[in-house]
Design a binder for this molecule. Structure first.
Ligand SMILES: Cc1cc2nc3c(=O)[nH]c(=O)nc-3n(C[C@H](O)[C@H](O)[C@H](O)COP(=O)(O)OP(=O)(O)OC[C@H]3O[C@@H](n4cnc5c(N)ncnc54)[C@H](O)[C@@H]3O)c2cc1C
Length: 308
């Protein structure tokens, strides 16, 4: 352990963490950013990002995140490519561990994001960003007049399916049970939509075709009869939920029942001096630009807290 007490440590290197880093560094707070298990965050597993302002032709997700890293490193900030393994927010200075190395800080910004839950299949990984998506808001636009599937049966799956009918010619919701978990209003809205069909009691058995690097169709399996069914679709939207990356902070910060951190005053958590920004707090918008905006807010709030 060194005796240095930092002004601010930032946990996470997605749009929220890097933006917090840029603002904290330019406020002369010399932040350290822990990049974590997914340096650059969720955008590193996608291809084209067309809705981040400033890129009229769009930009590849990994490129955008690499540029954000370079931008933060231009200032007096340090990115450490390691995972925070333990924290102690019960006393000041706050303490953060990366394995056996301990860091101390007067303030903390948490930007550990949320992970879209996926099917965990090899073909899904191979085709992520090439026809497989976990974000309808981000990628729906690419599927104008095409046939696609949405996997899931909760509120967000049905909401995404309804949203996707703005673009797609047909949306098949693939659901493993014979009724939706979603609320009555969402169910009614989805089932009344002429562009939406439902494959009940069904799971995705195969996504074609990783060799062609694009989605050309799916094989669905009926879990009750075992029957296989081929659907010639070009898009697969996975909408089976998100998990906030907050296990590390359990018992130390107030969270909601799903594990999202609850901010008390602007971006300040239930522990004064600990701030949270991005998808780790926000289960509504879940966009790179909103995460970046919150990262900026968290850095400004941390700066004011340190001054006070
Ligand atoms: C496939 C896909 C495509 C998308 N496309 C778009 C799009 O086109 N446009 C758009 O606006 N949004 C898109 N999104 C959503 C967008 O990526 C997220 O809203 C955004 O990345 C959230 O940023 P964040 O900084 O809050 O968290 P994340 O990007 O989730 O980053 C979290 C960071 O925390 C780090 N971390 C986690 N645990 C630890 C730990 N213990 N120690 C240290 N660090 C840790 C991770 O390594 C990661 O760097 C997409 C999402 C996905 C999954």
């Amino acid at each position: 352990m060194s005796n240095t007490v930092h002004d601010v440590l930032i946990i996470g290197s997605g749009p929220a963490g890097y933006t917090a880093g840029i603002y904290a560094a330019r406020a002369d707070l010399k932040p350290i950013i822990f990049a974590g298990p997914q340096p650059g965050g969720q955008l590193t597993i996608t291809t084209e990002v067309e809705n981040f302002p400033g890129f009229p032709e769009g930009i590849q997700g990994p490129q955008l995140m690499d540029d954000m890293r370079k931008q933060v490193e231009r200032f007096d900030a340090k990115v450490i490519f390691d995972v925070v393994s333990k924290v102690d927010f019960s006393q000041k200075p706050f303490r953060v561990w990366v394995n056996d190395t301990e860091y101390q800080s007067k303030s903390i910004i948490i930007s550990t994001g949320a992970s879209a839950m996926l099917l965990g299949r090899e073909d899904e990984t191979a085709l992520m960003g090439h026809g497989v998506s976990a974000c309808a808001t981000c990628d729906g636009f690419f599927y104008r007049d095409q046939e696609i599937i949405v996997v899931g049966g909760g509120d967000s799956a049905l909401e995404e399916a309804s949203f996707l009918t703005k673009f797609a010619s047909k949306v098949t919701i693939v659901h493993r049970r014979d009724e939706f978990r979603a609320s009555k209003i969402m169910r009614e809205r989805a089932l009344a939509n002429k562009k939406i069909e439902v494959a009940w009691d069904s799971v995705v058995e195969k996504i074609h075709d990783p060799e062609k690097k694009s989605v050309t169709g799916v094989t669905l399996k009926n879990v009750k009869t075992g029957e296989l069914n081929e659907l010639p679709v070009t898009g697969v939207f996975i909408a089976i939920g998100h998990k906030p990356n907050t296990d590390l902070f359990k018992g130390q910060l107030e969270m909601d029942e799903a594990g999202y951190i609850i901010n008390k005053e602007r971006t300040m958590t239930s522990v004064p001096g600990v701030f949270a920004s991005g998808d780790v707090v926000d289960k509504i918008y879940r966009q790179a630009v909103t995460a970046a905006g919150m990262g900026c807010q968290a850095a400004l709030d941390a700066e004011r807290y340190l001054e006070g």
